[in-house]
Design a binder for this molecule. Sequence first.
Ligand code: MN
Length: 497
Amino acid sequence: MEKITLEDILKALRNPPTEARKEVIAKAYNFAIEAHKGQKRRSGEDYVTHPFAVAKILAQIGMGGKTIAAGLLHDVPEDTAITLADVEKKFGSEIAAMVDGVTKLGKIKLRGSHEEYFLENLRKMILAMASDIRVVIIKLADRLHNMQTLDFNPADKQLRIARETMEVFAPIANRLGMGEIKVQLQDLSFKYLDPENFTLVKDLAEKNYKEREKYVNIAIAELEEEMKKEGVQFIKTDGRAKSIYSLFLKMQKHEMDIDRIYDLAAIRVIVPEVADCYETLGIVHKKYRPMIGRIKDYISLPKPNGYQSIHTTVFGPDGKILEVQIRTVKMDNEAEFGIAAHWIYSENKKKKNWRELLFKKKAPQPEKELEWVKQLREWQNEIGRDDEEFVQGLRIDFFKNHIFAFTPQGDIIDLPEESTPIDFAYAIHSEVGNHATGAKADGKMVPLDYQIRNGQVLEILTSKDRKLPNADWLKFVKTAVAKTHIKRELKKDTLSK
Ligand code: MN
């Protein structure tokens, strides 16, 4: 692994390298060196190479100085003698809160035998628990570098991490529209989860791509000339190889026959404005005959994660099949970096109070992440943003008054803040509530009026001997469901006497 210097991180910045930005990054860089002094990774490298790599990824995807600083510090409180309070004293509460968020997410681990179940819930949980979307983005960068260096771990750990990455982190990256990160996470996981198919598809793709490269280049030259003639501006045109994992999924659908995959080689045309996209589509179709039913207009109908582009499959040079993708610069950035792209090219225009807008909207339910991401995007578009101010606007406030607890089976239960085991019991089933006699939180006995904390596993002990809920429970339960059931049972009992 190459050694990453402070210079490398600053050079990777997609945002303007302002003095303030450079300063906070340099400060965190040096702090991380001191904090991790003497620590090594499994690879034998200095531990600090890991936060350096995370910081570089964050710079590349367009995050700001504070997020990069938090990336540099993300393992400090967990793995060194330096505490979160020290970080806060030195870097302020905003950066410290991000570091704390990443540390907390790191503590959610796969538990028990209900893995399938848990992975789905873990995904929701990560999105829900992070009070700041930047925490999730740092976590993704952290995971990406851990995947890049996974070779140095024992085989069973490799499999566990790869599986978690494939089923939890890649979908999160996808949901946030971060296509580039998603593809890397998927391909790296695939390599460990199914090495045989990975090698098979990779070799096939490379061989096939080389064969196609020649006419891809011819097509690029021809299209550029055509666009110049028509006076349509283009920013860049490039050939693109498909990700190994998505190629594998497609091949599976087609009896593993690579010749039936049309978009193995594709051209991407990047233009300034939306109108140019449609004009370019016209030019492409005039030059090459389109394949019927293969035109997809994700500009007028974006994918649920916000992806926008026009795709068309044509008979290119030599009559060979070729996919062409057409999109604007903004769409291209968003397709690669998703939500992170909004930190790039920040506009200083109309600064409205995002909080006002935010609270006017109805808070989405936690299970509707897609809605949630969509809303986030809408706000971003509506509001207009300047860098750091907008960043703060991305806090996921609608989860603020919620906590999430797990059943021992891994089910996630969404509760209002300060909920108790009785609320939890009634949220599972009225019978569980009615017969509750005790509770365990993370394996330890707790009183029934205990305040559940986010992320805890709750186990409710029941007994057939308990015939009725206790009237005292009404004094501490938080949810309407629990109240209603308790009152109803008690009333039934009075009436029957
Ligand atoms: Mn880490």
